[in-house]
Design a protein around this ligand. Structure first.
Ligand code: DAT
Ligand code: MG
Length: 138
């Protein structure tokens, strides 16, 4: 079986706060491989496709605006069970209650904004990973 791959995004808050290296180091220290990396400010069209499942939710427009607010680092990350493994490293969506030891739990907090700024995105299933890697690296 081919090695599993996932899409990781370091969101604009992570890049702005100078946490790119720390976050990538956690992924490498876990044993996963950084196959490809790119840094750029994503356009609305890409984000609309990426976050299509959230269209219509109250945080959708703030989420897209936030993601367009600066550079992100996109990473193609590989390893057996990496999709599940990176979600575990990232921690739960809300940084206030994300477990200590996780990226969001250790490095994130709630800033009282309309969208949670939680530093990272990770694909949540093999289908999402294939779709999202196609969008960001296709
Ligand atoms: P995750 O990034 O943990 O997969 P998600 O896919 O449900 O979470 O949502 C995408 C992003 O949108 C999430 O990282 C932060 C933001 N978000 C989700 N639910 C939210 C909410 N109820 N209020 C504010 N922001 C939210
Ligand atoms: Mg998600």
């Amino acid at each position: 079986m081919a090695t599993e791959e996932t899409l990781v995004l370091i969101k604009p808050d992570g890049v702005r706060r100078g946490l790119t290296g720390q976050i990538l180091a956690r992924i490498e220290a876990k044993g996963y491989e950084l196959v490809d990396l790119k840094k750029f400010t994503p356009a609305r069209g890409l984000l609309a496709e990426h976050y299509a499942e959230h269209e219509g939710k109250p945080f959708y427009e703030p989420l897209v605006e936030f993601m367009m607010s600066g550079d992100v680092v996109a990473a193609r990350v590989a390893g057996h069970r990496v999709i599940e493994g990176f979600r575990s490293l990232a921690g739960s969506t809300e940084p206030t209650t994300a477990a200590p030891g996780t990226i969001r739990g250790d490095l994130g907090r709630d800033w009282g904004l309309k969208v949670q700024q939680n530093l990272v995105h990770g694909s949540d299933s093999p289908e999402s990973a294939a779709r999202e890697l196609g969008l960001w690296f296709g």
